[in-house]
Design a binder for this molecule. Sequence first.
Ligand code: ADP
Ligand code: MG
Length: 686
Amino acid sequence: MREPFDPELPVSRLPGVGPRREAGLSRLGVRTLRDALFLFPRRYEDRRRLTPLEELQEGRPALFRGRVGELSSQRSQGKHRVRGLLSDPTGCLRLLWFHRPGVAAQLPPGTEAVFWGRPARFGDALVCVNPEFWTGSVPQGEEWGRIVPVYPGTEGLPPRWLRSFLLSQVERCAPQIPEELPESLIRRRGLLPLKEAVRQLHAPDDEVRWREARRRLAYQELLELQVPFALRRRAAASLPPPVLRCEKGVSERFWADLPFDPTPGQREALRALEADLGGRHPMNRLLQGDVGSGKTLVALGALHLVLRGGAQGAYLAPTEILARQVWEVARRLPALAPFPVDLVLGGRSLREREEQAEALERPEPRLVVGTHALLEDSVRFSRLGLAVIDEQHRFGVAQRAALAAKGRSPHLLVMTATPIPRTLSLALFGDLSSLALRDLPPGRSPVVTRVLGQKDLRRVLAFLRQELARGGRAFWVCPLVEESEGTGLPGAMQRREALARALPESCPEVVHGRLDGAAKAAALERFRSGESRLLVGTTVLEVGIDVPEATVMVVEHGERFGLSQLHQLRGRVGRGSSRGVCLLLSGTEEEDSLRRLRILERIGDGFRIAEADCALRGGGEMGGVRQHGDSGFKVADLRVDAALLEQARQDAQDWVDAEPALDSCPLFRKRLEERYPDVFRLLAGA
Ligand code: ADP
Ligand code: MG
């Protein structure tokens, strides 16, 4: 008998999932059966057709079959190698495995096997290095003979296990997935049923079906965001934002209290915000400005207006480090001195939470700076006037919408250092008008950027030694927290140790995502104070950190990062009076990837970098689904889904107009209600 489908079933209850697998799955965000069915492949490998050996081409991955001739195993200098010769009636191919001593036993001479790999040319011969293979025991249609999904990898989950686990769950459960969209929209837009779309995304029959499946799921994702926007617009029409009692000229007084003059852009931006904040409609503004252009102060200036006007303000930052830093700045601003400024981070005790909740319930002006913890349902504002979202690209789609739904239609200010195309801003925020800071504070010069190789490590150290001797401070970014077996990628923890030996005078500290908040804050504090002069870390260093004395940014394996991300990283240095230097160490010699990195040597403007990056990456191939750039969508890709977005927007508006309680599709309503409780509370109040 088939068990009834329970989407909330914890994965630990599924066959084959013990504690170790459960932990691995949870690192991929998979906790329930539904999560598993919606964990989509990163890419696909077309292993449908067998290629005769004579048709193999250099550099092109292929599936091929043959008989193993001689096979020899050797060890030299601690390296294990297995060499073999494969033949079929059309030709032959050399095989080579490194570090796989077991292969020799699995493929005794004379064995017939199927292989998947990418042949390379060594001299005259084609050689395939470390191919995957299957002998008789793995039948066609499982690992080969089909389009094979490739899932995101993580520790504790062998790729083949993950694939077989997910595909078996899909096969078992997909037919029972209930429809989550109203029938009328499915018909109107000609969409695949959800169960079919999920199945095709994991195990596509062909590219055409895959495209339809992707379209269906992207549409749903876009609609799930557009409906709350439409609901919010509806609520805002009957519940205007709090009226602010603003005296004229408050923003000028805000600047007057600072030790420096605002840039013309800052002054103009705050004036525009002041005008919006006095209005009867909720403001929806995007403040774009390159790294270091001084967005934080503009936001604090706007919050100051709101507090003065008698309402509350929220500042949402993506990391604890950044939240603390903004909180410190806010607490010290003379203009904010009359108002309480709180810091809200995760992991607070129940008591703290209760106290905070109580404070926010009092209808008095108050500023709260915090991380995602601000989005918890327990954080409720009695009079939220303005919500600021800093570094918007670090937040998921749902989180951004959740903050906007707090309080009675608050004004919203979203900040970004990377430009957002119109389609993206529509998708992420509904209607949003943008403001830009085009100038940097005076005295800044562009960060001198050089692309070097990992092999230049020694030169880099010599340069750092010099900089440190001159009193400079440096950041050092690694792609991973911990060195992981076999990838050859440096981990921040090991790198700190190595640097402590090479540059003991720098007293290096390390920060990464696995440290708790207090440890991170302490390390940063020692760096800020100058006790330590080298801060090693992962991309947690990317956003917001502001230490004016820092002059050098080293990034290892620069090719592993997005250009805009690298631009953000280098924006951490050269903020004070001395020039900044950014050294990007490339882990590869590939021309394409070097060319990409070198864009940063030439271009200093974040907006143009984002354009160049986008042009290089292109879009639209059958590339699986991944977190697309800045959007935070799982399936939708706004570079190709602009038309779909427009449809979702229209459909959301029509649906909400006709049926504000979304009665015709209880499942859709339930999912939204869980995700955005505040939107529905707003509606109930309206
Ligand atoms: P971002 O736009 O990247 O968020 P920040 O707001 O962190 O930039 O500002 C970067 C640094 O510039 C901070 O140290 C801030 O105090 C300083 N700053 C901001 N505005 C000015 C100004 N008008 N003149 C001088 N320094 C400024
Ligand atoms: Mg900032």
